[in-house]
Ligand binder design. Structure first.
Ligand SMILES: [Zn+2]
Length: 341
């Protein structure tokens, strides 16, 4: 909380006490304390609101824009326990082939058939592992196991067909809309997305990014996830990765994109945010920026220089990736840094 507000409230409270200790003031003391408390509460609420709005603005600024397709990261313990082991590779392979989140495909399968390849024909005449209407299956059918047949009760064929259908229905532009095409109900979309979020806590942008620093600077000092904060000495969520490098080292755009931000941003210090369409990347604690908001940049272009501005213990690059406003683990997405000079 804002220490100035608390200090002010304490000073006002102390003044009231001093006044109240003189004889004639004593009667009104209780009433004065009430007023002081009301003022202090008002100040604290105002400060809280300002903090919240600032925080929201930072988060929204990074997330922003319309929803875009995404892939999912490694399976959670819940996913490994919930998804039959023989089917997990089917969903993962479908993600590689079609760029559709394996977790979304697995979540649809759970809701549709509870991972039964042949659960029998439903009331609505849907069939197989992913519960397709026969006409829909024929329209999007894929031979996932390359055995020369198209079988909705074969998990490989059914999951690959579902991925193909989601892509055809705009998954890359809007995953929720694509899932809606599977079953036209909002509760269905919410259910699928909730389960998908439990199957994998990380989302990944489509495609790959190059390493944001020259090849000599590859060691990640602090990775993505929960860690002990260096200043606050409490556990907090680290939404990116920290790569130490000398002050002034060039920082590269990891993909083609548009510059969205080119100045100070709270604890991140001086930073650059790029919008890549499918995701946003943040380059923080810079000593200088080399691009302007609105400018178009190419992958590998220098966007700024390593520094230690904002909340930082020494020169390093803090790098974050956001997909649909959610931070994702950059290490699962960035290409090895060998190609950078
Ligand atoms: Zn960091």
């Amino acid at each position: 909380m804002n220490p100035q507000v608390i200090a002010t409230a304490a000073r006002v409270g102390g003044e009231a006490l001093r006044l109240a200790s003189s004889g004639e003031e004593r009667e009104g003391f209780a009433h004065r304390v009430e007023i002081v408390l009301l003022i202090a509460t008002g100040l604290i609420l105002t400060a809280l609101t300002v903090c919240f709005l600032t925080f929201s603005a930072v988060i929204t600024g990074l997330g922003g824009g319309k929803a875009v397709g995404f892939r999912s990261g490694s399976p959670t313990a819940f996913a490994v326990a919930d998804i039959p082991a023989q089917y997990l590779p089917v969903f993962l392979r479908a993600q590689d082939r079609y760029g559709v989140s394996w977790a979304v495909l697995a979540a649809i399968c759970k809701v549709e058939s509870r991972f039964q390849p042949d659960p029998g024909t439903s009331e609505a005449a849907a069939v197989g592992f992913m519960q397709f209407m026969p006409s829909t299956f024929d329209q999007y059918r894929q031979d996932g196991d390359s055995d020369g047949t198209f079988d909705p009760c074969n998990p490989w064929d059914a999951v690959f067909t579902a991925a193909n259908m989601l892509m055809a229905n705009g998954y890359a532009e809007d995953p929720r809309k694509a899932v809606f095409s599977y079953n036209h109900a909002d509760w269905y979309v919410n259910r699928v997305m909730d389960i998908a979020a439990q199957y994998s806590s990380t989302v990944l942008p489509a495609g790959k990014g190059i390493w944001p620093l020259p090849a000599g600077h590859v060691q990640v000092l602090s990775g993505y996830g929960t860690r002990l904060h260096p200043f606050l000495h409490m556990y907090h969520f680290h939404d990116g990765m920290d790569i130490p490098a000398p002050e002034g080292t060039a920082v590269f755009a990891v993909q083609d994109g548009n510059v969205d931000w080119d100045r100070e941003k709270g604890g991140y210090g001086l930073c650059v945010v790029l919008d890549h369409g499918g995701c946003r990347t943040l380059y923080a604690h810079l000593s200088g920026v080399a691009v302007r908001s609105g400018e178009r940049v190419r992958a590998g272009q220098t966007v700024g220089y390593v520094g230690s501005t904002g909340l930082s213990t020494g020169p390093h690059l803090h790098f974050s990736v956001y997909v649909n406003g959610q931070p994702c683990n950059p290490e699962e997405w960035l290409a090895a840094p060998s190609g950078n000079s």
